[in-house]
Design a protein around this ligand. Structure first.
Ligand code: SAM
Length: 325
């Protein structure tokens, strides 16, 4: 369906849990991270009903995210359920990859089409430091398993932090020459724990492009997916490099997505506090028709643009692990 500004909303991101097995520097507090108690998270059936309502309204692509979706038992069956909904064309997963290796074949068999794996460093010690618990070898096993299972195009999401990992841009570029991996460099947003220092650590896409262009003649490339990334390729490389200008170039006019948080809020925009509570009505026995109307209301509430460039206190520290990125 179209929102008030004529944008076709066809993409739903579903945070299936707020729990995460990592503590990325810019996302979750290392000590005292607060998670919802399990009873306040939507159950699989409740999540399934919301996804079905969104599909009735024209959603065609669904991404499961979190928190870390692979930590929630029942994920494979949920993928099967979503993939079987008439109208769904694409089911994808965002994961940190730590638990992916043994699950990849079953996820593929259940109908998952592709994965995005977060990876902010190619250096084991730095990766561990940035994520607190992360094991680069486990993530690599997950990446290999995703490639082997045919969960492609496999995209690697790298949040670039000035002075922390920006010295690895060329290493990531090298990786795309060796493997069919699509590295997406993302600008840091003032969300989660990063808010107080997000401005200082922002490494703009324009500077990323300059640094890469010093070494490589890059050519435009196309990669499947409906998101805001713009891609280039080192000529002849099997992989690509993508850029997501989350902060320096607003792509709201082409935004096609809404989000369902783990605790049952429909959020029409990552950079605004607007939300429609679905959990209350779901638990009060709402019918599917009424639920569809509520989801429609959430889509209609989608604001024209987000307010992240302003680094506003009210969107500060939004809990990415509940919203799902
Ligand atoms: N656990 C999964 C993962 O690691 O991909 C899914 C959830 S995670 C919140 C989704 C994405 O949000 C990750 O790629 C993460 O790097 C990104 N993210 C979290 N906080 C961010 C921030 N402040 N700025 C930019 N990206 C952020």
């Amino acid at each position: 369906m179209q929102d008030l500004y004529g944008r076709a909303v066809s993409y739903l991101r579903v945070s299936v849990t707020d729990h995460c097995n990592l503590r990325c520097l810019y996302c979750l507090p290392r000590d005292g991270a607060r998670f919802h108690d399990p009873a306040s998270l939507l159950g699989w059936d409740e999540l399934g009903r919301v996804v079905a309502a969104a599909v009735r309204l024209g959603v065609r692509r669904v991404r499961l995210t979190g928190g870390e979706p692979t930590t929630r038992p029942g994920l494979v069956d949920f993928v099967r359920r979503v993939a079987a909904l008439p109208g769904v064309e694409d089911v994808a997963l965002s994961t940190n990859g730590m638990l992916l290796a043994p699950m990849a074949p079953a996820l593929r068999e259940a109908g998952l089409r592709r994965v995005n794996i977060s990876l902010d460093s190619l250096r084991a010690d730095r990766f561990h430091e940035l994520t607190h618990f992360g094991d680069l070898h486990a993530v690599w096993a997950g990446i290999e398993a995703a490639l082997a299972a045919g969960l492609g195009p496999v995209k690697l999401n790298c949040v670039v932090l000035a002075g922390i990992n920006d010295d690895e841009l060329l290493d990531f570029a090298e990786l795309t020459r060796e493997r069919p991996l699509h590295v997406r460099f993302i600008e840091l947003m003032p969300l989660g724990t990063s808010h107080p220092w997000a401005r200082e650590r922002l490494f703009p896409v324009a500077r990323m492009r300059e640094r890469l262009a010093e070494r490589h003649a890059l050519e435009p490339a196309e990669v499947e997916g409906g998101g805001p990334a713009r891609y280039v390729r080192i000529p002849g490389a099997p992989g690509t490099l993508g850029f997501i200008t989350a902060m320096t170039e607003n792509f709201c006019s082409g935004c096609n997505r809404v989000r369902l948080t783990a605790d049952g809020e429909l959020q029409p925009c990552l950079g605004s506090l607007l939300a429609v509570d679905l959990r209350g009505p779901l638990r009060a026995g709402i019918s599917d028709a009424e639920l569809t109307r509520l989801v429609e209301r959430g889509i209609r509430a989608k604001p024209e643009r987000h307010l992240m460039e302003e680094y506003l206190a009210e969107t500060a520290g939004r809990r990415m692990w509940t919203i799902g990125g």
